[in-house]
Design a protein around this ligand. Sequence first.
Ligand code: FEO
Length: 390
Amino acid sequence: MKKYWIPELAEGVSSVGARDPNRRLFDSLIPLPQGTTYNCYLIRGSEATALIDTVNPGFDKELLARVRSTGAGEVDYVVMNHAEPDHAGAISEVMRIYPEARLITSKQGAALAKRYFNVPDERIVVVSDGERLALGGKTLQFLETPMLHWPETIMTYLIEDRILFSCDFFGTHTASGFYASQVPEVISFAQRYFGEIMMPFRSAGANALKKLESLEITMIAPSHGPVYPEPEVILEPYRRWTSAETAKKVLIVYISMWGTTAHMAEYLTDRLLSHGIEVAIHELTSADLGDIARDLVDSRAIVLGSPTVLRGMHPLAAYAANLVVALRPPAEYAAFIGSYGWSGGALKQVEEILSPSGVEIVGAVDISGPATRQALEEIEALADRLTERL
Ligand code: FEO
């Protein structure tokens, strides 16, 4: 039998999840350049054992082997903090192997556990906010934290060891390292994850952080990526990100067909930099959506650049604009740059797409043909206007 390293977060608290370094896409949408992990945790009390979350489909055998190698006998409880299959995908198998186990979840989680994982009513225990479960020397406390990022999400706090099992919240998609100190770029990756998953639910995140203030937390163990033995390392940026705090930063996302929009994007970048503004620039044929999501988290303005194709935006630019609206970033200002040959249309479309976001469009430079001296002067004026707003 394969031998696994089973990290212990505290006595009787084992990490039994799986690494997936080869995974390159999540939700058929989000690139995972460093893979990910599906963390789950086994808590052994003197009277009962609880498994907090499970793993992605396909990793159930590995999870069960890890659980067995801790020397634990029965699993009495499976806590489903979240029903998305990357954490709940092995619930059916775990409940089959441990026929006496009961599933702990929220009221909304119970409906999902029945529908997705065929867990019968009599094996489900619905918990409400603050409810506790004694395992013998280890006590779990459940916290209702809805919409992080599904309606049923809860977190689990282990009172004696002061460990918070936060599931997706505080997560990071990387298969590297185990503790945060072992991943040098951890906060950049956490920001990327926040932008992709949590940014649309910022206010729910802020509510959760407020709730966590009443707890003494000495370790945060999320269900993706590294564990934080120093919680402030991740709490501090989360306070900023959930409060929609932005930097004097402009995100420029563009695509170009014959070089004009690229020329304008690069010129605008130079002008903004010369004014002391931070700029993140992404070209859409090669950009990683996760990097764009990361920069949306703290950019105060967004500039979309696109030529007109068939009377509208380039399809990749339209996709990016729709994604911006869906992710609900905290940016207050937007602008457009683009070019066309015989017919405009991209500007009108970007205004339509961005309109529900409430962002203020502070300017647009939409030109026919290559960027002339006059067009570049318009870009300079746009840079001045953005700088003034920022
Ligand atoms: Fe990591 Fe919402 O699943």
